[in-house]
Write a protein that binds this ligand. Structure first.
Ligand code: DQA
Length: 141
């Protein structure tokens, strides 16, 4: 079993970026919490962050046949990247969409996720725990 955790644009700034919305935890701290859970459960986990849409698309394409599940916070691309959506459905990747904030309770433009229809499900609004909850779902499979 291998899991890929992918973070999209601006998530590299977690911990200093809009702390009231996204919290004080850094991306490195989120990744290390997930890595510790994965290690305890003897599953492999890989991490990837990019601010570039094409790099995220490329990583999803490369995951084919190598990765069982992707935990994806696509950041702002969630709301308009048809390229990411097509990559997910094109390689039939099993993707769990996550968000730190509850996108449905925010600005209108954040309330739509163009990737949601091609993901297994969505976890949003639990801060850094959104990632952990996604991982726990996978561990339960
Ligand atoms: C986000 C929500 C997006 O609307 C925003 O663009 C982000 C972070 C979240 O985790 O809450 O960058 O995906």
């Amino acid at each position: 079993m291998k899991i890929l955790v992918m973070h999209g644009p601006n998530l590299n700034l977690l911990g200093s970026r809009e702390k009231k919305i996204y919290g004080r935890t850094t991306l490195a701290a989120i990744n290390s919490e997930l890595a510790a859970i994965a290690k305890k459960n003897k599953i492999a986990v890989e991490f990837f962050q990019s601010n570039i849409e094409g790099e995220l698309v490329g990583k999803i394409q490369d995951s084919r046949g190598k990765i069982d599940y992707i935990i994806l916070n696509a950041g702002a691309y969630t709301h308009y990247s048809i390229a990411l959506r097509d990559a997910i459905s094109g390689v039939k990747a099993k993707v769990i969409e996550v968000h730190l904030s509850n996108i449905h309770a925010r600005e209108k433009f954040r309330q739509e996720s163009v990737i949601a229809p091609v993901c297994l499900g969505q976890i949003a609004g639990f801060g850094k725990d959104s990632y952990r909850l996604a991982l726990e779902y996978i561990l339960g499979r």
